[in-house]
Every structure is written in C-alpha cells, then in structure tokens.
Design a binder for this molecule. Structure first.
Ligand SMILES: [Zn+2]
Ligand SMILES: [Zn+2]
Length: 349
C-alpha cells in the first residue's frame, strides 16, 4: 500500500507536466491549454447565429509576412469563426524563395484549422489594376486554375467551381470609390455578389449605399499582410475588421448560404454598416429592456457598444453593461449604425 501511494505521488506531477525538470534544466510548467480565445459575444436573431468572419487574408505565399497556419491561430484567438485564404495570384514577391502553387497556403493552414475546429475557406485574389481592380474569389476548389491572363475568364472559372466573388477595397489605391461600367455589368450578371465597405484601416462611405442600390453584400475584411498584433496594435479597444454573417449553422456551407442571401453586416471601429433590417434585429436582441418605475433599464448583452441620440440627449449603451435611462419612446438615431451613406439607423425600443 505504501509503495502504491508513493507511485501515485510520483505519477501525479508527471501527468501534469510531461516534460520533467532535472537538476540541469528547469522546464517551466504549462497547462495543456496552449493558448486562449477571446470570445466576441454578438447574439443572433430569427434562428440565425452571428458568425464573425474575415474573407481577405494574405500570407508569405503572396505578399504577406506570416506563415499560413499562424493566420488561423490569430483569427481563432481573436474570436473569429472563419477566414478565407486569399493570396494574390499575380503578385508574389517572395516566389523565388517560397516556391509553391496557389493552393499551398490554404493546404498548410487547413491542417491547423482542422485541429482547432475552425472554418477555413479556400480563395484567391485576382489582382488587376482599375477599372476592374482586385477581386477575391472564395469557396473555390482550385486556385491554380484561376491564374489565367484574362481576369474576366478567371472570374468565370471561379464561378464554374462554385466560387463567390467579392470586389475588394473599391476606394484603393486611387482614393476614389468609382463603380465603373465593368462592375455594373458583373453585378447585373450576378457575378459580383459582395464588396468591401471596410478594408484594413479604410472605409468607403459612398459604397454604404450599395446594398440597397445594387443588392451586393457589405463586408469588412482585414486584407492582413503583417502579424495581426502588429497591424492592429492601435490600443486595447481595437478589434480587427470583421464581417458579421447571420447563418443557419456554424459551417462553411452555412456561411455560403448566408452570403448568397446577403445576410451580412460590416463591423469595424464600433461602426456597423449594412441592411436596416439586420441592424434593427441585431439591436433588438442585443439591448434587453425592463421598466423600473418610470424609468427603463437597458442591458446590453453584446460586445458591441451602441450610441444613440434623441433631440439633445445622448444615450450610450456600453458593451455588456446595464444603463438606467428615462423611459424612451419614439425613434432614436443610432450613431454607430449606418444603412447607407450618412444614413443613420432610427431605432425604437
Ligand atoms: Zn487587393
Ligand atoms: Zn489583398
């Protein structure tokens, strides 16, 4: 019995820490949890769950400086549900050192995504000068087959593979968000389905009308090239841009169905841009109200702060806090929700 007990005592620390220290080397204790994820709480509505996605990611297989699997770790840690790997087809400044085909970054990252149960979408960025500009093709099967001379042919090949086309950073690099005839044609043909209202550290306010005007879904993506902690090292309140996707299920198929139905909002720097219907529904499930005497208690159960004005009065409903306010009736203007260019949502409790 005594011997058994001493064996148990010996066995215990060994199971807690597989790498034993000895007199020569001290190995610092670590748990089996290699790293942690910061959850972002944004409720869903109408039976949809809100997924946080970034559909524009670069690695050192094009002009990024990060190995592909790190992109998955970063996004997982930052509370995202899905990313799309979208290395440039045409611009690969490290290709003499990093020699691989256009699917390699996805394939490397996919192993890490599968380890974490994270959703990784295969994509590529078709990279041409304006008027066409840059287009992300996501949900594709083979990025290599998109590397053709004619970018319109590349778009068609992507669509034949079941792909989905996003018009990237409409206001970059010339600081003009011009919709050219080629875009109108591709939208009319159902080939461009979404666009970036936010890219990296930019927004394109004139494009905020495009959901209503053209029926294309607004997205917010990072277009990240450096390590995320470096590119968005702007302060504790900063979150990377993300696209909120209202999906029936947390899966690649769920995201695809939601994107086809244009159920998205673009989210960056506390601002939400997109359909008035989805903005209204998101606020309704985020701000819970209760009457307290002649006043009102508003509990924000989400991680998004809402700022509203009514007349001269300003009401701020901070993320995950409860506020006591006068009983509010009639519409309030939501300062951080836009359903078009300079069009602030009107919300009634
Ligand atoms: Zn681009
Ligand atoms: Zn890009």
């Amino acid at each position: 019995m005594k011997r058994l007990l001493s064996l148990l005592i010996l066995a215990l620390p060994a199971s807690m820490n597989a790498q034993m220290s000895n007199d020569d080397v001290h190995k610092y204790d670590h748990t089996n949890q290699l790293f942690y994820r910061n959850e972002i709480v944004i409720p869903g509505f109408d039976g949809y769950q809100t997924l946080k996605c970034d559909f524009h990611i670069h690695t050192c297989f094009s002009d990024g400086t990060v190995w592909p699997n790190v992109r998955v770790d970063e996004a997982w840690q930052e509370g995202l549900d899905a990313i799309a790997m979208t290395d440039h087809l045409e611009y690969r400044p490290f290709s003499d050192i990093v020699q691989a085909d256009h699917n390699a970054s996805y394939e490397i990252a996919k192993k890490e995504a599968d380890n974490l149960g994270f959703i990784l979408i295969k994509g590529a960025e078709i990279t041409r000068s304006k008027p066409l500009g840059h287009m992300n093709a996501i949900f594709i099967k083979d990025a290599n087959s998109l590397a053709v001379e004619d970018p319109l042919k590349a778009i068609d090949i992507a669509l034949e593979q079941g792909g989905y086309i996003i018009w990237n950073h409409p206001g970059w690099p010339d600081n003009k968000s011009t919709m050219y005839e080629i875009h109108e044609r591709l939208i009319a043909e159902g080939k461009i389905s979404a666009y970036e209202a936010y890219n990296y550290m930019e927004s394109y306010p004139l494009t905020f009308d495009w959901y209503e005007q053209y029926g294309i879904a607004p997205l917010a993506n990072t277009d990240i090239h450096g390590p995320v902690a470096q590119d968005y090292a702007c302060g504790p309140d900063w979150r990377r841009p993300m696209t909120l996707v209202f999906a029936t299920e947390r899966s690649e198929a769920g995201i695809r169905e939601a994107l086809d139905a244009r159920r998205t909002l673009a989210y960056f720097q506390g601002m939400l841009v997109g359909s008035a219907e989805y903005l209204t529904k998101l606020i309704a499930v985020s701000l819970k109200t209760r009457h307290v005497g002649d006043r009102m208690e508003v509990t924000n159960v989400s991680d998004i702060t809402y700022t509203m004005v009514q007349g001269d009065a300003l009401y701020i409903f901070p993320a995950r806090k409860t506020a006591i306010v006068p009983a509010l009736t009639g519409p309030l203007t939501v300062k951080n929700c836009l359903y078009g260019h300079n069009k602030h949502l009107e919300y009634e409790f």
